[in-house]
Design a protein around this ligand. Structure first.
Ligand code: BGC
Length: 478
């Protein structure tokens, strides 16, 4: 976009748009709270319910299964009841499931409740980026996308810290677990209630012909009537193309399939590089290495949160692809060095020497550097690219499928990584993830476009004019 146009638009939108963004991104916070819940509560869950490793893995990974179903359903709810009401629905499910879990029901019911918490996370992970993209002025859409990831990382850190403090102070496991769920409940209620005050997505309203209500919402975002008229005109041009397009036609479209391949593999790699091996299981795996897991985990989650901040600027300054390259390379090296540390610690088992201490610190340092690299690259960028590459008319279908793939691979990773360590040795899982980081570099080279600084319309035009995937982000004027 031309700089003058940017400056012109910059003064046109109201600051309230940031408030709208923060409230809607509370869905990201709930995403993070549920993702981060398990790590420092699993011990307490194991104590209260007397479960073994595979039951613990099942309890952990059922969140992802719920996420898959939640995503599928959110494709429909977002069309039928809209983005805002889908967020309200997610808030309601979060609230009721946290309440049920807090009552410490049987283990089966607790698992079902976690499935539905995942279901709500699935709805949120679909609806928040979509709502933000449709409501935020395009000049700050990139920033807003990273806001979603930032909220996820804040949620992960906050819940881990809370669960750590609760389990340290309250030694009665049942009471401790109840309070952990009450903490989750407080945030769920906050999200549920505040989402009721969010305006509906103007684009969704326009697609249903509710122009007056859309104008009303737009007047909360833009200062001038001229800007509101321009927005409505732009929305109408794009939404006109969307209405009445049958689903089968969208799905069979060769350009859609091409870009779907890109989105699916990006989301697959976002998980296969192994982030949730660390997010879910670091206390356990660091424990295998003789480190006190809880404190180290809090450091890791803190790093995850802090290193998402630079991503807010860098995604637009350095570009998406550069960040992804850097992330993959650094994550690969960190996973290799943690595999080495696990291997050596296993050899030195039972011996307390300076060598043991060295490899413990090597492991912690490797995990920390890995998290820094993920937070600034694959964490936000995978979500951002998936919200940019689909033509407007197939955005909902495309994002449903790619988000679903993400959750499927959260499940695959969380369900298998501890077992792989048990079966082949502790070094095996990090080695496997290093392999996936390497494959992701090859994928980046051949398929991933740079989408920084190009309008969504240009991306769409490039795609439809038959450009190679890795070139669809290139501006024709340069
Ligand atoms: C991923 C999650 C991950 C989180 C960590 C998100 O982008 O989708 O699976 O747990 O980042 O910060």
């Amino acid at each position: 976009m031309n700089i003058n146009v940017y400056m012109e638009h910059k003064n046109e939108y109201k600051k309230t748009v940031y408030l709208i963004a923060i409230i809607s991104a509370l869905g990201g916070l709930l995403f993070g709270l549920d993702q981060g819940f398990i790590a420092l509560s699993l011990n307490t869950v194991e104590k209260v319910y007397a479960i073994n490793t595979s039951e613990a893995e099942a309890y952990t990974s059922i969140l992802a299964l719920g996420g898959v179903f939640g995503t599928i359903s959110s494709g429909f709810t977002n069309k039928l009841i809209g983005r805002r009401n889908s967020l309200v629905l997610a808030g309601f499910i979060f609230t009721s499931m946290s309440l049920i879990s807090g009552l410490l029901p049987s283990f089966e019911i607790l698992k079902i409740a976690r499935f539905f918490l995942g279901f709500a996370v699935g709805i949120a992970s679909f609806s928040v980026p979509l709502y933000l993209a449709e409501t935020a002025p395009k000049e700050i859409r990139g920033k807003m996308g990273t806001m979603f990831q930032l909220m996820i990382t804040v949620g992960i850190f906050v819940i881990a810290l809370a669960n750590y403090i609760i389990s340290e102070i309250i030694k009665n496991a049942e009471l401790s677990l109840t309070i952990m769920f009450v903490f989750l409940l407080i945030f769920s209620v906050l999200m549920f209630v505040s989402c009721l005050f969010l305006p509906k997505s103007p684009r969704w309203l326009l697609s249903r012909g509710q122009t007056d209500e859309a104008r009303n919402v737009l007047s909360k975002i833009w200062h001038t009537k001229k800007a509101i008229r321009r927005e409505i005109k732009e929305f109408k041009i794009t939404s006109n193309k969307t209405i009445n397009e049958p689903l089968y036609k969208l799905i069979c479209d060769k350009f859609f399939l091409k870009v779907l391949f890109l989105g699916v593999v990006i989301q697959m790699f976002q998980q296969l590089v192994g982030i949730n091996f660390i997010i879910y299981y670091a206390p356990t795996t660091l424990g295998y290495a003789g480190l006190t897991g809880a404190f180290s985990l809090l450091i890791l989650y803190f790093i995850n949160m802090v290193f998402t901040f630079p991503a807010i600027k860098l995604t637009d300054k350095w570009g998406r692809k550069k960040l992804l390259y850097m992330g993959s390379i650094v994550m690969m090296v960190s996973m290799l060095s943690s595999a080495l540390a696990f291997y050596m610690l296993n050899k030195l088992l039972g011996i307390e020497s300076s060598e043991t201490i060295f490899f413990r610190y090597l492991l912690l340092a490797s995990f920390s550097i890995y998290i820094m690299a993920f937070a600034v690259s694959w964490g936000p960028v995978a979500w951002i690219i998936c919200s940019e590459i689909f033509p407007f008319r197939s955005k909902e279908v495309g994002m449903t499928i790619t988000t679903m793939v993400n959750w499927t691979f959260v499940g695959v990773v969380s369900f298998t990584s501890l077992s792989v360590m048990k079966l082949f040795g502790n070094f095996a899982s990090p080695l496997m993830f290093a392999g996936f980081c390497f494959l992701s570099i090859i994928f980046l080279k051949f398929f991933v476009p740079e989408t920084k600084g190009i309008s969504l319309e240009e991306i769409e035009n490039n795609l439809l004019s038959g450009c190679k995937l890795r070139d669809i982000g290139e501006t024709k004027n340069n």
